[in-house]
Design a protein around this ligand. Structure first.
Ligand code: NAD
Length: 424
């Protein structure tokens, strides 16, 4: 077993890396082995045996519950803690059990504060927008705070009543429209939570030489939470990254003092010098802009709820659920879990029809996270070639002009053939 280690903010990667994996429920049993076969072929092709992955199965979800009565065994969490990274197929959400969501439990236990979702279009894949080739963004969604923190009370309970009295009697809040029938939720957004998310997004943008980082928020309405996110994000960019960034705050100051022309020139110069432009936009305008001028955006940093909506809209613009990858990452400890973003697809489970692309592209993110970019490129190139030739699983192929529907395993074979490797 070869473990990764994380020292002084840097990942130390051995030539053979052990990757713990959760097969997943439903279609997980089909897409996980396919993903592993393609990744193995890509690593072999890229490094001719000098690097390899050793897969280590860990249990979670329905499969685990049926085998040992536990949805998320402690041993699984311990393995992820120890090996730093992991990859998972989709998991059935337990109904009526002690755990609300396995995904949330995993994120919380390892404090995986970034939900990273890259969104790009593959030529050949049908899209509802006219120019999907202009969609190329990476979303950094804050994963641990916001109205999603799970602090809420149902109307009519003693807790909701107590909270209502606290608001009315102690905080002098008189504007709750229907106090007796209101449920309540709390939206914590902190300086530290914002800073670690925005820092990771800026570092990612700089490392990958991307031109713009956009803070997406609703600070016009929620001034201290979403507005705080914007202000703290800008402050961090200026204080920690200095001349490597040029913020819209700096632009506005210049425009106020010395006029718009000078500010425009400074912006053009910043771009020429390769400085990262940090700007912000209100979330509703952002959603509209993604349809009207998606090329204006490259890296997005946003809070939890906004990030949820944004990720799904952007995914829909490039082909939807079967193809959108994701990762949950803690850039301070190095812990990262890469995952298929769709569910267990019970309606097609067991039929060898599921699209493995979401999990595969998550594996691509994992290879890039390890710095194994050559292997990652092998997979994306093979996918590009297949989709361009209309070869895909039925969910995508049925919308492609001249598309040829392949089963999950046939799609695997095509990808491996594209990489010039033997088919197992
Ligand atoms: P789903 O994502 O499983 O399915 C929605 C639709 O998309 C279905 O028609 C399905 O056939 C299709 N689909 C999904 N993945 C596909 C793929 N790889 N290839 C082709 N088609 C695909 O959502 P659901 O039906 O609402 O949820 C089913 C179960 O999955 C529930 O228990 C839910 O809680 C769980 N879930 C888990 C995750 C996760 O683990 N990340 C995410 C969402 C839902």
């Amino acid at each position: 077993m070869s473990k990764l280690s994380f020292e002084n903010g840097k990942m130390i990667v051995p030539s053979c890396v052990t990757v713990p994996y959760i097969t997943g429920d439903g279609v997980g049993a089909e897409i996980t082995p396919v993903c592993q076969a393609v990744v193995d072929a890509a690593v072999k092709k890229a490094y001719a045996g000098e690097r390899s992955i050793e897969w280590k199965e860990v249990m979670a979800g329905e499969r685990s519950f049926n085998m040992n009565g536990e949805w998320l065994p402690e041993a699984t969490l311990e393995t992820f803690r120890e090996y730093l990274i992991g990859i998972k197929g989709p998991l059935t959400t337990p109904v009526g059990g002690g755990i609300r969501s396995l995904n949330v439990a995993l994120r919380q236990t390892l404090d995986l504060y970034v939900c990273q979702r890259p969104v790009r279009w593959f030529k050949g894949v049908e899209s509802p927008v006219k120019e999907p080739q202009k969609v190329n963004m990476v979303v950094f969604r804050e994963n641990t705070e916001d109205i999603y923190a799970g602090i809420e009370w149902k109307c009519g309970t003693p807790e909701a009543e107590k909270f209502l009295h606290f608001l009315q009697d102690e905080m002098n809040v008189q504007k709750i429209r229907f106090p007796e029938t209101s449920s309540f939720g709390v939206k914590p957004v902190s300086v530290e939570g914002t800073e670690r998310l925005v820092r990771s997004a800026i570092e990612y943008a700089l490392e990958n030489e991307l031109p713009v980082l956009t803070l997406v928020h609703k600070g016009n309405i929620m001034k201290f939470t979403e507005g705080g996110f914007k202000l703290w994000g800008y402050a961090l960019a200026e204080n920690e990254f200095g001349n490597r960034v040029f913020t819209m705050m700096q632009y506005n100051e210049l425009a106020k003092e010395r006029g718009k022309i000078v500010a425009d020139e400074a912006l053009a110069l910043a771009r020429q010098e390769g400085r990262l432009v940090v700007n912000d936009v209100i979330a509703d305008a952002f959603l509209q802009n993604t349809l009207l001028k998606p090329e204006a955006y490259s890296v997005i940093a946003t809070l939890n709820l906004n990030g949820d909506y944004i990720s799904d809209q952007l995914a829909a613009m490039v082909g939807g659920i079967g193809i959108a990858p994701g990762a949950n990452i803690n850039y301070r400890t190095g812990h990262a879990i890469f995952e298929a973003t769709h569910g267990t697809a019970p309606d097609i489970a067991g039929e060898n029809q599921a699209n493995p692309s979401s999990l595969l592209l998550s594996a691509v993110m994992m290879l890039e996270y390890l710095g194994w970019n050559e292997a990652a490129k092998q997979i994306t190139t093979a996918m590009e070639n297949c989709f361009e030739a209309g070869k895909a699983t039925i969910d995508l192929a049925r919308f492609m002009a001249g598309g040829k529907s392949l089963s999950t395993t046939e799609f695997r074979d095509e990808l491996i053939r594209e990489m010039g490797g033997p088919i197992k």
